[in-house]
Design a protein. Structure first.
Length: 113
């Protein structure tokens, strides 16, 4: 069955960095666009970054442009989100999403001093 498993979340100080990973299985990963979403307490889930199936094109929410980078390794069935210059407002549960409709369970990112 399709599985998306996120890892790499945690507590980080403002200005710090984290790298989220998402391990995919159960589908033809290299044929599917992937995305990262996030949901903060009391807010709707929002798109953070997306990448095409080949990795040739990416797009980002305005709030993370220049700070976050999405990438993928189709040989390893992995998608990543490198997050730099983190801000308290980046605090949320981050979810991996496959364009085929599947979601991961989420990983908590907390930015606080």
């Amino acid at each position: 069955q399709v599985q998306l498993v996120e890892s790499g979340g945690g507590l980080v100080q403002p200005g710090g960095s984290l790298r989220l990973s998402c391990a995919a299985s159960g589908f033809t990963f290299s044929s599917v666009a992937m995305s990262w979403y996030r949901q903060a307490p009391g807010k709707e889930r929002e798109l953070v970054a997306a990448i095409t199936f080949s990795g040739g094109s990416t797009n980002y929410a305005d709030s993370v442009k220049g700070r976050f980078t999405i990438s993928r390794d189709n040989a390893k069935n992995m998608v990543y989100l490198q997050m730099n210059s983190l801000k308290p407002e980046d605090t949320a549960v981050y979810y991996c999403h496959a364009a085929s409709g599947s979601w991961g369970q989420g990983t908590q990112v907390t930015v606080s001093s």
